[in-house]
Design a protein around this ligand. Sequence first.
Ligand code: GLU
Length: 425
Amino acid sequence: MTDTNRFFPKIKTSAFWQHANHYFDRVYQTMKLDELWRPVLASPRRVVSVSCPIRMDDGKIQVFTGYRVQHNNALGPFKGGLRYDMSVNLEEVMALAMLQTWKNALVGLPFGGAKGGVVCDPKTLSPGEKERLTRRYISQIMPVLGPDQDIPAPDVGTDAQVMAWVLDTYSMMVGHQELGAVTGKPVPLRGSVGREEATGRGVMCVLRKFLATQNKALGDVKVAVQGFGNVGFHTARLLEERGATVIAISERNGGIYCSTGIDTDAAGQYYRENGTLDDCPGCEALTNEEVLVCECDVLIPAAMENTIDEDIAPHIQAHTVVEAANGPVTPRADEILRENGVTVLPDILSNAGGVTVSYFEWVQGLDNYFWDLKRVQDELQRVMDRAFDAVNTQADEADCDYRTAAYTLAIRRVAEASSLRGLFP
Ligand code: GLU
């Protein structure tokens, strides 16, 4: 494994950063590329760490830690989400930034990869505290942001409102409105229509394409979705809309099950109103673990990294796992699933719909010309279908799994761009 930690000597190696490097290294070794570029591609270009002192509603000052990691910009400006969660740490953000580089390259976006994170529990912050934290964090990483430099977007724990504060803070600091500085904005602030559901729609497109290779359709499958945030909800809703039977859904505190299919809109409304799926009408209760191992055809982890590890992987009954979250399957679990004949559709392909519509939003903001929903959905489908076809062809030709195929295509593009550009100075 590349020793990228020598660049960050004080950082303890976390499992997730190791996993991201493992997936990269495993494929890089098979690609017969110049070894000299390996550490260049594996290391983040820039790591920014800030402490953000915030006046809390009770008058006290609390200091929050934030990061922005810019992994690689050989293909264009850095681009990637901003996460608010208590589990955020530098190495997690480094891993997510690296995944974002491969994802953006795989679907052919003119972006490099980045990720941001603030260590906080967004559920316990008041709207005022969250706004002050967002503005302070953005102002502190301001020198490395910009529509041509690095463009944030929503991720776990952040939403369109947070992106509105990002837009306003950035625009106030440069003295003019800069629509291209952030994506995932609210639609009245010139966010793109269709951005909110985009990751879920991309997951649906990829699963539909994969099932077609097996002569199956969405109407033929029973699906379990782990995670019921933005991505899990829209994935479940769009799959149900196209005839899939969503038999199980879980959120942080537990899950629900209905063998004839959950009404995902009703479950979504119940979850928004009650903050839990407990006692959701018409459903049985399941634990989080029971949702992962329930008898279904397709399992969709749509929450956090490392959800499917070597302990749970042997018990998974689904024939297909679609990674809607970033990094939900550990490398060891990935091997076990492969040995058991389970197909894994990798995150850098399956969940690329969000950043793809972010790209559309960035283009619209720079052009000041705004698309309708049909155009966004049609173009998203075109991008996702093309990416799936490329990965499927590569997997066939190289006789390999989908993750290896997706990484091969993505790494090849970034490596080619890097070597064409050469080193500066
Ligand atoms: N956070 C999302 C992801 O993991 C979206 C990033 C973006 O839109 O820039 O892909």
